[in-house]
Design a binder for this molecule. Structure first.
Ligand SMILES: N[C@@H](CCC(=O)NCCCC(=O)O)C(=O)O
Length: 254
């Protein structure tokens, strides 16, 4: 049986004076080694992105994290100096890809920027520089050049009873995760339900209400420790099973 294929929208990066379309290796590694699926990178095209052509050929979608932010015009307000940096090519691919993957029942896992894109794609809004709000913890990436330290597991979240996340992880209640974000969900989209909260009330996981299949977003980074951290591994294994189920069902109806 060939591996299921997972579309991962790339970021726009400027390297060596040229435009690159790039995805961090940790998302590729977790998809391949823990979800047991073949990553397929999708370029960040501001125009001409054919998401149907992509979705016809894959068994899942993974929306990765990124230091860039969703442009606020996409959730109904003008940009301020707190909202950048932006990646219009990434936005132009990921938002329609998310909407159509949900409509078609294609397994979707959205991580960090991904949960924010999921919320915006379905009509929600985002808050910027959340650490400046009273009572909100500092969720930002730690000041370090060491990746393991940046993605260190250092925050308690609370998984809701009866949630999809509780099913995937095997329990509800407290879980330890990492945290590298300055934005978060402000108004939650109508079709999303909260799956987990931080102690300061920040939404840390959501799922799509009445989804045809696996459709989950998390604010933390399960991909980074997916091979060694139990909650991270459990989430990617559940995603992998959803991919195989979707691929098998496609074979039957082909
Ligand atoms: N930009 C958004 C989303 C944050 C995010 O995806 N962080 C992971 C990338 C970290 C990095 O590579 O720098 C926000 O800040 O909320």
């Amino acid at each position: 049986m060939p591996l299921p294929i997972v579309a991962i929208p790339a970021d726009t990066r400027i390297l060596e004076g040229a435009v690159w379309h790039a995805v961090k290796g940790q998302y590729v590694n977790a998809t391949l080694k823990v979800a047991k699926a073949m990553p397929l990178l999708v370029p960040a095209l501001e125009e001409h992105a054919d998401v149907e052509a992509v979705l016809d050929r894959v068994d899942g979608v993974l929306i990765s994290g990124s230091p860039s932010n969703v442009h606020p015009l996409l959730y109904g307000r003008d940009a301020t100096d707190k909202d950048g940096p932006f990646d219009p090519g990434r936005d132009a691919v990921s938002l329609p890809l998310i909407r159509r993957a949900i409509e078609r029942g294609i397994p979707l896992l959205a991580i960090c920027r991904g949960i924010q894109e999921l919320n915006v794609a379905l009509g929600g809004t985002l808050a910027s520089e959340i650490q400046e709000e009273p009572g909100i913890w500092d969720h930002r990436k730690p000041e370090t050049n060491d990746a393991d330290e940046a993605y260190s597991i250092r925050q308690t979240i609370n998984i809701k009873e009866g949630s999809c996340m509780a099913r995937f992880l095997g329990h509800a209640g407290t879980v330890q995760v990492n945290s590298l974000h300055r934005q978060a969900i402000s108004k939650i989209a109508p079709r999303l339900q909260v799956e987990a909260l931080a102690d300061d009330g920040t939404i840390e996981a959501v799922s799509v209400i009445d989804a045809k299949g696996f459709a989950v977003g998390v604010q933390w980074h399960p991909e980074y420790w997916a091979e060694t951290d139990n909650p991270s591994r459990a989430l990617f294994e559940a995603y992998g099973q959803a991919l195989r189920d979707y691929a098998a069902a496609k074979q039957v109806t082909a």
